[in-house]
Write a protein that binds this ligand. Sequence first.
Ligand code: MG
Length: 158
Amino acid sequence: MGILKPDYRFNSILEISVPFLKEKGIEGLLLDVDNTLAHHFSQTPIEGLEKWLKEIAAAGIKTLILSNARSSRVEPFAEKIGVAYTPKAMKPLPFRAWSSCREMGVKSKNTAIIGDQLFTDMLCGSLSGTTKILVTPMHEETGRLFKIKRGLERKILK
Ligand SMILES: [Mg+2]
């Protein structure tokens, strides 16, 4: 199950520091939106995100939003925080991750994917050859499918 497992885990994206990323040779970040940068369906970035993004940018680390959601959800959010974006990313498939790395001008081996789900974000990281960073989802989704997925995730991470 290694392909579903993260390389690193943080409680929040805000805990991922510039020195940590530099030490791992990370020059670009592919960012999930729902439950990583904002609550599910919310257009409001989590508190502290804009400050974090400024620090990342000041360190010369590129960022790009890689989301499976459609552009009507992703575009207004991405524009609000001033980050380039790829909607309908089809994670866990690696193709949009690769094109997004090219867009950032960073090799996939120097890129980290940051997200809250094993079956989309972490698997995409394995398939695309990027470093996998898992963050704790900010809030548990209610749908039945999500409950099953989160249950499986907990088993895998044990
Ligand atoms: Mg998510």
